[in-house]
Design a binder for this molecule. Sequence first.
Ligand code: NAP
Length: 306
Amino acid sequence: MYDIVIIGAGTAGLTAAVYGARAGKSVLLLEENVYGGQILSAAEVENYPGIRRISGYEFAENLYRQALDLGAELKYEKALKIEEDGIGKTVHTNRGHHSGRTVILATGAKNRRLGLEREKELTGSGISYCATCDGAFYRGKDTAVVGGGNTALEDTLFLSGYCSRIYLIHRRDRFRGEETMVRILQEKENVTILLESEIIRLNGDKHLESVLVKNTNSGKIQEFPVSALFIAVGQEPDNRGFSDLVQLDEQGYVVSAENCHTGRKGFFSAGDCRTKEVRQLTTAASDGAVAALAACAYINTSDSVS
Ligand code: NAP
């Protein structure tokens, strides 16, 4: 039985592994895709304290190596459900099962879909959720970004270095993301900002060819020929498999206290999968540390009691 089983090897999960392993606990990380989580798609990180500039990939790679060097194990398995049996918890995965004295849910959040017809079909053929991963394929082409948060703004800035024209499409009359970034984009000659605008159709046979955009104020509909649409409309958690064990809020995020405890003995949550105000790299790392230390304290207390 592991002391700590961590579900999700993004920044929160990997940081929890570093703290758990450094505290002398046996740690298993379960990851369904690739380690690193969302930061992998950040071209550059410039707001992590103490690191002036680093690529998202290098950050993730460093954190992964650090966790493994300290003794954490990582298995590529998708956690499906968890059962409690006495002091232990059994995590059932697509490949088997693992026991832990504590579980840290660090499942992160996934890209939200726009929900348009043909969105799924055209994903990889003009539709992308990661400008830093796929932007370079559209060098010299006209593209669009949809969303109004920092991701959409950063994606647009990134693409402005490659693409001929970028239409930044946002549903409201003001952006959610940082004002400074909005001002930088307003100065860019190859960026066209379309506010109060919604994409109503994706056109193209085998590859995206254009998007149909409706101005929600005037009702006017315009077609914009683009080779790619980068969707940056936020993230959604996926904690449904654990809803019988821990409380989820109405959006599906895990409810947990300041110390990341879920209210259920031995269950903690960390990072973007939990209810919180600010979802940043720093807060994910911070949660990972807090959750792991709380898990260690729980294990140490149960040791002294049993
Ligand atoms: P976000 O802040 O949640 O913004 C999502 C945007 O998508 C919002 O503008 C929202 O519109 C729009 N949206 C949501 N659903 C939509 C739909 N169905 N159709 C059209 N538009 C839709 O998400 P994010 O930009 O990915 O950022 C997530 C978090 O990471 C934020 O806290 C952000 O600050 C942070 N972040 C930080 C950095 C950085 O510090 N360098 C970089 C990237 C992200 P409304 O505004 O109308 O709700």
